[in-house]
Design a protein around this ligand. Structure first.
Ligand code: GLP
Length: 635
């Protein structure tokens, strides 16, 4: 994988491994690095225009993706004196029906993330207005286009990409010529915004967005994407045909557009996923493993039945030549794949562990399972947790945040009303004195909307509700209530989704639990997620904490296992431990998840994913299981 020094512009020669890519792509080591590159480009644009006495016109995007870019621009202003006084901005879109000060409006987002931290002139900021009455929308949209033209057009348009392939809010079906207009949001888009809006039912159905045509008029376009979740759609936009089904694919027709992505978002590009199709590769055991599994899936055949011709036809003839035929290659891969399967996630005591995912000794092991919000680890690895306990390990389930942002007002209200009734009807006993307190809580909840920030006592009740549900769910897996630890990391209490900032206090709490338990195994998530997502933020806390304890003797003996949460599930070639589940076990998992009032349909679908993975293992020629949970070992 190559990391280019700067974001390509017209004339930059295309790397030979990028033959399948129809648009220049830069794969950066991480989003922070990528955003620094882009921020430098923006700074030089602004400074050039300043020197010439002109303005720089930027097209801006919202969502998690540009958050690190905006932080870097704000830093450049604060620490390096970069002025935005000559900058004019046009935002891509706004939810229709939200007022400017709604916590989820893009107006509010832009102020919180960027405009409040730089010296841009308020009159230079343009964002579509989500409150224009229906009869005024057409005019408003035409005026928006007119303002862009009057500003001289957009010099540099920043984009993110939605999972439907949309840019701005140009959902599938948007034409190349489309201009600023009102649009109906796609179901997937609304689901992706569900957490921000405390439930999909609160996500607006419509938005006003610049069109594909308006975007393509920009002189330069950079689309950013981070995290595993974007990998599929990035590959479609970059390598697939230009199509209304993926509006980002229209960027292929722009002479000066580039994709700026991290390694996770690049993971489905041909040069990364199947480099043997691009040119000769050095066949390491890992590459051969990935390639053969890929080939088996491509040919819909079990690994052991692949023949020389299939290798030849798919760019892998040198592998079979080197190894003296397909059969030895097949056998190696089959064995390695089989060795990922274990019913002993903590290691099988007394067994030969040469080919097992986890060491046999010591037994029992001290285990820490880190869950970003309390339910996350149960969704991803409830079956593994159950096995670890059955097999006698010393497990602590660590809920990193309170999860209170997930709990709906109506659930808290139901609880407080029950409390009120209990106190009203219990004058003779100790509940009597609680009546006024319960009344106050009911009143607080009745008089707030879902988007008013929760007062501390309501947050506390929500956290307690989820705490009870988590303990109950862990109990279904056999874990004692006192082994469920609630860290209540402070960053979560201070922030909102997509806007969390890790502090030293978070790291301190996490270090304390690591030192206290000195685990042989850690289960964690978020390593390949979008950096502003909750799993990624908690992962950052864990990494910073682990850096502090690394020199301690126990740390060298600790293995870290990653599960995927709210992201694309692990692909077979990425799995280092596959834990089969029986039908009964899968049913128990579904039941324990249903114990959470806040569980979403998407989270419940994990049981289907577990079944689907078992079917994949079966297709690859391994034993037929009901379901499989998967983990990846990380060093
Ligand atoms: C929304 C915005 C897009 C953004 C997309 C992806 O739909 N309208 O402009 O690119 O979300 O969001 P995120 O960056 O949070 O993944």
């Amino acid at each position: 994988m190559t990391t280019a020094a700067s974001i390509p512009s017209p004339g930059t020669p295309r790397a030979p491994e990028a033959v399948f890519e129809r648009i220049p792509v830069v794969i950066a080591d991480d989003p922070g690095e990528a955003c620094k590159q882009l921020a430098r480009e923006i700074r030089s644009l602004i400074e050039q225009r300043q020197a010439a006495g002109g303005t720089a016109v930027l097209g801006l995007a919202t969502g998690s993706t540009p958050v690190p870019l905006y932080r870097e621009l704000a830093r450049m202003h604060r620490e390096e004196g970069l002025s935005f006084a000559n900058v004019v901005t046009f935002n891509l879109d706004e939810y229709y029906g939200l007022t400017r000060d709604h916590p989820e409006s893009y107006h509010r987002f832009m102020c919180d993330q960027l405009f409040d931290h730089i010296d841009i002139r308020p009159e230079n900021i343009h964002i579509p207005d989500g409150t224009v009455p229906p009869e005024g929308i057409l005019q408003h949209c035409q005026d928006y286009e007119g303002r862009i033209d009057a500003a001289g057009g957009i010099d540099l348009q920043i984009l993110g990409i939605g999972r439907t392939g949309h840019i701005g809010f140009n959902e599938p079906g948007s034409t190349r010529e489309s201009l600023t207009r009102r649009i109906t949001l796609d179901r997937v888009t609304r689901q992706d915004a569900a957490a921000d809006f405390l439930g999909v039912e609160n996500v607006p159905r419509f938005a006003i967005t610049m069109g594909v045509g308006s975007i393509l008029k920009a002189r330069r376009i950079v689309l950013m994407a981070w995290g595993e979740n974007k990998a599929g759609v990035v590959a479609q936009a970059v390598e697939g045909p230009v199509s209304e089904a993926v509006s980002a694919s229209f960027l292929q027709e722009h002479g000066n557009a580039a994709f700026l992505i991290d390694r996770s978002a690049a993971s489905h590009l041909t040069r990364v996923r199947s480099p043997w199709l691009v040119g000769p590769v050095a066949w390491t055991p890992d590459t051969a493993y990935r390639a053969v599994i890929w080939l088996a899936e491509k040919c819909s055949k079990p690994v052991l039945k692949l023949v020389d011709e299939e290798y030849n036809e798919h760019g892998m003839s040198d592998l079979v030549t080197e190894r003296g035929g397909s059969y030895p290659v097949n056998i190696d891969v089959f064995n390695r794949l089989q060795h990922t399967i274990t019913g002993w996630p903590g290691g099988k005591p007394g067994a030969d562990d040469t080919n097992r995912p986890e060491r046999a000794e010591p037994h029992p092991k001290r285990v820490l399972i880190f869950s970003p919000e309390p339910q996350d680890a149960l969704v991803a690895m409830g079956g593994v947790l159950e096995r670890l306990i059955e097999q006698g390990h010393d497990v602590r389930f660590v809920a990193m945040t309170s999860g209170s942002l997930r709990v709906r007002d109506e659930d808290a209200l139901r609880f407080c009303r029950a409390l009120l009734e209990l106190s009203e009807h219990s004058h003779e006993n100790s509940w009597g004195g609680q009546e006024s307190e319960a009344e106050r809580l009911v009143c607080l909840l009745e008089n707030k909307t879902a988007f008013d920030p929760d007062p501390p006592e309501i947050r506390r009740i929500k956290a307690l509700l989820l705490r009870g549900e988590t303990r109950d769910a862990c109990a279904v897996c056999g874990l004692d209530r006192e082994r469920v630890v609630f860290l209540y990391l402070p960053f979560y209490e201070r922030g909102r989704y997509r806007r969390f900032l890790v502090g030293a206090d978070d790291v301190e709490k996490c270090v304390a639990i690591l030192r206290d338990h000195q685990p042989h195994q850690i289960y964690a998530t978020g390593a390949t997620a979008d950096p502003s997502s909750l799993p990624a933020v908690t992962h950052e806390v864990l990494e910073r904490s682990f850096d502090q304890v690394r020199p301690e003797p126990w740390a060298g003996n600790c293995r870290v296992w990653h599960y995927r949460c709210r992201e694309t599930p692990l692909q077979p070639e990425e799995i280092s431990m596959a834990m089969p589940m029986s039908p009964d076990q899968l049913e128990r998992k579904a039941r324990l998840l249903l114990g959470f009032q806040t569980i979403s349909g998407m989270e419940l679908a994990v049981c289907d994913e577990n079944r689907e993975l078992a079917a994949t293992y079966d297709r690859l020629g391994l034993a037929e299981y009901e379901a499989i949970e998967s983990l990846q070992r990380r060093r």
